[in-house]
Design a protein around this ligand. Sequence first.
Ligand code: MRU
Length: 341
Amino acid sequence: VPTLAWTGCGLRIIDQRLLPGREKYLDCDTVRDLATAIRGLAVRGAPAIGISAAYGAVLAAMESEEGPSFRESALAGIETLASTRPTAVNLFKALDEQRRILQASASRAEAIAALLASACAMRQSDLEASMAMGAAGASLLGDDARILTHCNAGGLATAGLGTALAVAYESHRLGRLSRVFADETRPLLQGARLTAWELTRAGIPVTVMPDSAAATVLAAGLVQAVFVGADRIASNGDVANKVGTFPLAIAARHFGVPFYVVAPLSTFDPCCADGSAIPVEQRGRDELDSLRGRRIVPASADVFNPAFDVTPSDLVTALICERGLLRKPFDRAIAELTRQT
Ligand code: MRU
């Protein structure tokens, strides 16, 4: 999936707001353009946001003036990128690394080269992580597997095959996947627009349904497992992901269907002890109050539009990262993993 590419003078992204109707590419050649693209969800998904921001730090250095103040100017650009979206920790981890590289660079030219090398390395490592997660997840499935997913945790959300959808791609490659059920994912329809676009492009049968139909699908035994991505995973295994993930996990528990969260190490946040410390992005009423250009919410009604929710770790069967499966107790498994990295 052509999610993002460095052109030499900026980051080219596929404009995810226009999919599946139009495949249009957006050249983000300034920090401002890229920050607008991240804030507006032209590029989205936790790993893709982090990698984009890492390339954004290169733009910040390119925009700085040669001379003693190049670092301060580039740091200001990095702050602009950090202010775009609060929940995906990938963004902050990528920018922390770029800040460190910037501080260690002796000159503007050295900084640009080092920041670019670092962004490319993050991209490559995300690609490799997605393949490892796909293999680990696929090993949990038998023949003729049917799985359910929420939002878009595919190639569009990463620099590789995705997280949850990497499992679908790998199972399909092994000839073991018969169908993916995709929540449409209100209100911005990442499931209907993006997951279905990716999967049909890869020849994988997909059924899109309203989010509220997931319990019916689980009750009918139509899927063997649920696989979702994550924007941030706390030290105790609580998971922030697209709003609607939490009720899906409750329904999966009710019907005894395994609920797997697939995310690279870049999504684990050792600084959050549990889900209550994860900042949940609140988005505007415009995303909720109209449909196909028509107002569907009375102007005097308030709206509540959190972009994410937090699923308590108790509802998660296992976490899947590039190192394999993490089982309960998650706090111990995660602490062990972070000690190794
Ligand atoms: O608001 P979005 O579209 O950026 O939200 C994306 C998600 O919630 C994904 O499930 C998550 O980032 C995992 S992506 C591999």
